[in-house]
Ligand binder design. Structure first.
Ligand SMILES: [Zn+2]
Length: 533
């Protein structure tokens, strides 16, 4: 049995159209009002200084609002479809708060990566249009009322086009992210599979029809789309060429024997398979929305000269630290990494260096602080307080996830390789990938001093946040002929997102761990371009 793809996709696109229409009117209103302010100031002052318009904070709020609005619609839509078949269904209204927070945080995380470009494009448009008209002698002889009318009509067209592009780019991501989240509210991820359903008007993208024609895959695994791995259509970790204008959908469904499956009587959805673990969908969310404890002072990094000094400074940095089980040797590992990375690359942790008070699934986090739910500049860095106790356990768990992912990918590629219609070029391509993956050995860069390595990794996130390094790094990787799907060659974890790859490459260089040269070159060139060295 299979999902009725036509029915599903028709319903999905109908919902998507509704969502886009609603958001478009809001976003367009914002564009129009900002452009209007620009026109007014241009007419009053006769010059083109638009720095205060299209403020990053306003734009971030637009992303938050878009993601929570569209997300909530689709989370409910998915839950309602299941509700029909569950005798004891879930009540979406119970989850509205949780969902709204999650989708808004995700919107913030996506927005944080986009607003600089979006705002820059709008300001460039203002400058271009006004300067063109200033060079037009006929326009310059007109009165202000007439000038205003002409400017307004030009900017109305830009408002329409630019807001459409913004909404269309984000809506598919928001909708599919929410569908995935909604599904895990009903069934555990490990007991689900998912299908990529290609959109009707997606004919030109053969990679999406291919993904749509494949068998369902485990919920926690990534789809193979062209040469890239994506969790769902619109996944922002995929390349722009696979994301822009895509209207495909993801359809998650429980495998046979899933916990809630006994309550499903007639659901037309597929039959079971093995559960698997992969990258969490919400990595980017949890990294950004972690709650913070305490606040420290701005810190400049000068190496400590004595152990006593190191200890004193550690106490000063980490005001919530519990020193039990944390030796001076370990403190120095942390201090050295902070000094080596943040000192060298002129970055500051503006909020605090602290210790995670709860035992968590990772050794450390770095992130932005949120103000009114919007990421603001102060950056923080956290390490596990229970580090020494949990390090071994985490290492073991990570090794298991790594092996599972590796086996899954190898199987997937070997399957492709066995297809009778595969041409020689593609076949060589996949043989090469399999060869490379087989020689990949690690989940994360761990180094010999793992606390040093972890701190360095997190510190490189701060460097990224300080300079917006990831966008430049992306370009440099492409320049060095490294495609998305090769990132895992640094480490499996580095293969998850561009931010993690950046931190992993940094940590590898810092600890002299052997990784392919192209990554090192791209990393060092990025540091030069962004002005960190
Ligand atoms: Zn598509």
């Amino acid at each position: 049995m299979k999902i009725n793809r036509n029915k599903w996709q028709t319903a999905f696109e109908k919902e998507l159209n509704k969502a886009e229409k609603r958001q478009l009117s809001k976003v367009k209103r914002f564009y129009k009002s900002e452009y209007n302010k620009g026109v007014v100031s241009f007419l009053a002052e006769g010059q083109t200084n638009f720095q205060l318009l299209f403020d990053n904070k306003d734009l971030l709020n637009i992303y938050r609002n878009l993601y929570s609005d569209i997300g909530l619609q689709f989370a409910k839509w998915y839950a309602k479809n299941y509700d029909k078949y569950l005798s004891k269904g879930i009540n979406p209204s119970e989850y509205v708060g949780e969902w709204t927070n999650k989708f808004a945080s995700f919107g913030s995380a996506v927005g944080a990566q986009r607003v600089t470009l979006v705002s820059g494009t709008a300001k460039q448009t203002l400058i271009k249009v006004t300067q063109n008209l200033m060079r037009d002698p006929e326009f310059m002889t007109l009165g202000n009322t007439e000038k205003g009318r002409i400017l307004k009509s030009q900017f109305n067209r830009y408002s329409q086009y630019q807001s459409e592009r913004l909404v269309r780019t984000e809506a598919t991501n928001a909708a599919n992210f929410a569908t995935m989240e909604s599904a895990t509210t009903i069934f555990p991820g490990a007991q689900m599979k998912k299908e990529w359903i290609a959109s009707f008007d997606d004919r030109t993208r053969s990679t999406h029809s291919e993904a749509g024609a494949s068998e369902p895959i485990p919920y926690n695994n990534a789809f193979m789309v062209g040469g890239s791995l994506m969790m769902y259509p619109g996944d922002p970790s995929g390349p722009a060429s696979e994301v822009v204008n895509c209207r495909c959908s993801v359809a998650p469904f429980p495998v046979k024997g899933a916990q809630a499956v006994s309550e499903i009587t007639d659901i037309n959805f597929g039959i079971g398979g093995a559960a698997s673990t992969g990258f969490g969908l919400t990595d980017v969310v949890s990294a950004i929305s972690s709650t913070l404890v305490g606040a420290g002072e701005n810190t400049a990094f000068i190496p400590a000269k004595t152990l006593q000094e190191a200890e004193e400074r550690m106490l000063k940095f980490a005001n919530s630290v519990n020193f039990e089980g944390l030796t001076l040797k370990k403190q120095n590992e942390i201090l050295n990494a902070l000094e080596d990375v943040l000192g060298k690359y002129k970055s500051k942790v503006k909020n605090d260096i602290g210790f995670q008070t709860e035992r968590s699934g990772s050794w450390g986090v770095a992130g932005y602080r949120l103000e009114n739910g919007v990421p603001s500049n102060p950056q923080y860095l956290r390490l596990q307080k229970t580090y020494s106790k949990s390090a071994d356990k985490l290492s073991k768990k990570n090794a298991e996830i790594f092996l599972r992912n590796k086996e899954y990918r190898l199987k997937q590629w070997e399957e492709i390789l066995s297809r009778p219609d595969l041409n020689a070029e593609r076949s060589a391509y996949y043989r090469d990938k399999i060869q490379k993956l087989k020689s990949t050995k690690r989940w994360t860069i761990e180094g010999e001093r793992s606390l040093y390595t972890t701190t360095a990794h997190e510190s490189f996130h701060i460097v990224d946040y300080t300079y917006g390094a990831r966008n430049v790094f992306s370009e440099q990787l492409i320049k060095n002929n490294i495609v998305r799907n090769e990132w895992y060659q640094v480490s499996e974890y580095g293969g998850s997102t561009i931010g993690e790859l950046w931190a992993e490459v940094g940590a590898a260089i810092q600890t002299k761990t052997n990784i392919p040269n192209g990554f090192i070159k791209a990393f060092e060139d990025t540091l030069k371009i962004i002005g960190a060295i």
